[in-house]
Design a protein around this ligand. Structure first.
Ligand SMILES: [Zn+2]
Length: 205
């Protein structure tokens, strides 16, 4: 997806409709700064605004995402290309989230061990500091791990090995489930099978 091209296209369509940035922004209930950011390619419109924006500019969602008017015969090909690009974007964003989760988990383990070790070494000299370090280690670890799991929850889907459906479980289910890496013991909402479900990055196969 070429944000600069999309931005220029939005600006062009807006002018064709005789709308100023301010008027378009007002119709969408956003600031004209936001419109200006789209048009200069610094930002993409929020997904929730896209249908209304397309309606106001009299273009299709596909045209918006392609950044050009599409002739009927090219329609299918460009739609597929755009979907593929969006899917790749989603996949790499989710991969980043999972990477962040691994880093946070590793750092948390190290920080916890260091805090407890330091607390025990310091305790004979400074009891209060020693106890604080040891006692602070576990809430820190729990907090960081819950944060890490919530990143995992946001990234992608889980796949049921029995029925093959991909779904997002509740955050609670993810936090409390047994896991091996990012494979978790979960109950499938479709076939109710409880099994180890593997993490996948996109909804479609
Ligand atoms: Zn299933």
């Amino acid at each position: 997806m070429d944000q600069i091209k999309i931005g220029k296209f939005i600006a062009g369509c807006r002018k064709e409709k005789g709308l100023t940035q301010a008027v378009l922004a007002e119709k969408l209930g956003i600031t004209d700064r936001a419109v200006s950011k789209w048009e200069t390619g610094r930002n993409m419109p929020d997904v929730s605004l896209i249908p209304e924006l397309c309606g106001l500019l009299d273009i299709s969602v596909n045209e918006l995402l392609a950044g050009e008017h599409i002739a009927m015969e090219d329609y299918r090909e460009i739609a597929e290309q755009t979907l593929l690009e969006m899917r790749n974007k989603e996949e790499s964003a989710n991969r980043e989230l999972l990477r962040a989760e691994s880093v946070i988990c590793a750092l948390t383990v190290i920080a916890t061990v260091v805090m407890i070790a330091a607390g025990m070494c310091l305790a004979p000299y400074n009891k209060v500091l020693g106890i604080l370090l040891c006692a602070g280690a576990s809430p820190l670890a729990v907090g960081a791990l819950i944060y890490a799991v919530s990143l995992e929850h946001e990234a992608g889907y889980y796949e049921c090995p029995r029925c093959g459906k991909r779904y997002v479980p509740s955050k609670r289910a993810v936090i409390w489930s047994i896991h091996a890496g990012t494979t978790r013991l979960l109950r499938c909402p479709y076939c109710r099978n409880k099994d180890f479900h593997k993490k996948v990055l996109t909804k479609e196969k």
